[in-house]
Ligand binder design. Structure first.
Ligand code: PNW
Length: 485
């Protein structure tokens, strides 16, 4: 049966890219003078990752980056979002740099530039040097200052090769998954620590932005990437559910957007979390240090949440929406909010598929921050890919997922949002954190026994999109997605 098709044309200036992160692809964990990171420690701790998977080898990108650049070239990628492993360039997190590590990134960046691919470089995608964790990690204010010095060093060493610097990737994950739910490194479960970490991450962003501009000039382009949560009330008529969604917005989004873009933490947030902390970790002057010009806001989007206000004493139902509330929840101060189990078509992560959420998010940011330039720095889907007899991977579900989200991006642009580009997550199947190698997000398959890379149908489809600037969107809702359980 043929589907009706909507054609979406993107502006010529729109940047088409793909993204990865150091610990998820590099491997070579003990080579080239690299120090240990919290993810080495965490993944080597029994029970922390599925099947005990680690990033020791990952996609062996450290040795195969030339091949991977060729792959990017074949796909016609215009830009590539990568991250620097802090412990590879500064093994102890402070002090002397590791020349071999710096050379690795210098060569990689040169390779990209020669291939005509613009690098977008993230300074922190979760691999904190273990020595800094031993001193308290992000719960220790000093980590923010160490990060700024590391950023300054990278601006000096690599600044001539990088046009856009991203300070942090998804501080929400670092703070709440690392320090509240404990499913990410360092695996702590202390809500007060999570809020402290969130503030120190904000501070780190501000200090690093200033440091980069001190080295490269005030015009240096700096961004931060946030995973913002689109949260809907289970019952749109219920004032209590609407209020629950609002509180998720405070704890999940405005704890970062507030200080970074508005220069303050919302009073409602500090009130809501007062039983956890008195916020004395916010020192005088911090908010001025944090609020620096953001040239472009990176937005990572995968899915939405539905929440319900629990009655006093009521326990959350079967749901828990991948996160859940209560003990072991990343949602600090939201024990009385139930995250509903997602329904409808899901990805292999168990996340629902709601392209509308991306449209809502982009237009809401555009309205709230008055035309702030936006970039979708991650969007994509894990599916249980099958390799056909012909050796190909016919991942129609991933094509539909990306097409429908690009449709949402196009609509947001049409309605005035300044969305400058899109980076599909991910170029390669890779180490999906606590899920190890069991969840495949790549548009290119990686055989972990042989390290052979095979572009999936989605990669070829994406190459056509890049070449033409046109996306053909299937008009039927939720085409090709796997039904949820
Ligand atoms: C992001 N959540 O992680 C990261 O930036 C990537 O490194 C990762 O591979 C990708 O999304 C896919 O998961 C997230 O629980 C991890 O809400 C967890 C959540 C969100 C993003």
């Amino acid at each position: 049966m043929t589907q009706p098709i909507i054609e979406r044309r993107f502006p010529d200036s729109f940047v088409w890219g793909s993204a990865t992160a150091s610990y998820q692809i590099e491997g070579a964990a003990n080579e080239g003078g690299r120090g240990r990171s919290i993810w080495d420690t965490f993944s080597h701790t029994p029970g922390k990752t599925l099947n005990g998977d680690t990033g020791d080898v990952a996609d062996d990108h450290y040795h195969r980056w030339r091949e991977d650049i060729s792959l990017m070239q074949e796909l016609g990628l215009q830009s590539y979002r990568l991250s620097i492993a802090w412990p590879r360039v500064q093994p102890g997190g402070t002090g002397v740099l590791n020349a071999e590590g710096v050379t690795f990134y210098r060569d990689l960046l040169d390779g990209l530039i020669e291939a005509g691919i613009d690098p977008v470089v993230t300074l922190y995608h979760w691999d904190l040097p273990q020595e800094l964790q031993d001193a308290g990690g992000w719960a220790n204010r000093e980590t923010a200052y160490a990060f700024a010095e590391y950023a300054r060093a990278m601006a000096r060493e690599l600044g001539d090769r990088v046009k856009v610097w991203t300070t942090l990737n998804e501080p929400w994950c670092t703070a709440y998954l690392g320090y509240a739910s404990g499913v990410h490194a360092p695996g702590h479960t202390d809500p007060a620590e999570a809020l402290t970490a969130a503030h120190h991450l904000n501070l780190a962003h501000g200090l690093a932005t200033t440091a980069v501009r001190e080295v490269l000039g005030q015009d240096a382009q700096v961004s931060i990437t946030l995973n913002l949560h689109v949260t809907r009330p289970a019952d749109p008529e219920s004032a209590a559910d609407l209020d629950a969604a609002h509180r998720v917005d405070l704890v999940g989004n405005h704890i970062f957007l507030g200080p970074i873009l508005d220069g303050s933490y919302p009073m409602e947030l500090t009130e809501l979390t007062r039983h956890v902390t008195d916020w004395s970790f916010v020192r005088e002057g911090d908010l001025n240090l944090i609020r620096q010009r953001v040239d472009v806001l990176g937005v990572n989007y995968y899915s939405t949440n539905y929440v319900r206000q629990l009655a006093p004493g009521e326990a959350p139902g079967g749901g828990s929406g991948g996160h859940g509330s209560g003990a072991g929840s990343p949602w600090v101060s939201l024990d009385d909010v139930e995250f509903l189990a997602p329904t409808g078509p899901l990805t292999a992560m168990g996340w629902n598929i709601e392209p509308d959420g991306l449209y809502e998010l982009l237009t809401a940011l555009d309205n709230a921050y008055d035309g702030l330039p936006l970039m979708v720095t991650e969007n994509g889907a894990a599916f249980d890919d099958e390799v056909s007899d012909d050796g190909k991977i016919h991942d129609t579900n991933r094509i539909n997922y990306v097409a429908r989200h690009l449709d949402a991006v196009a609509q947001a642009i049409e309605d005035g949002a300044d969305v400058r580009g899109y980076f599909v997550w991910s170029l390669l199947d890779n180490f999906e954190w606590a899920w190890g190698y069991t969840r495949r997000f790549g548009i290119v398959r990686v055989d972990y026994d042989t390290q052979v890379r095979t572009p999936k149908d989605s990669a070829r489809w994406y190459a056509d999109v890049i070449r033409t600037g046109i996306v053909n969107v299937p008009a039927t809702a939720n085409v090709g997605a796997t039904e949820g359980v």
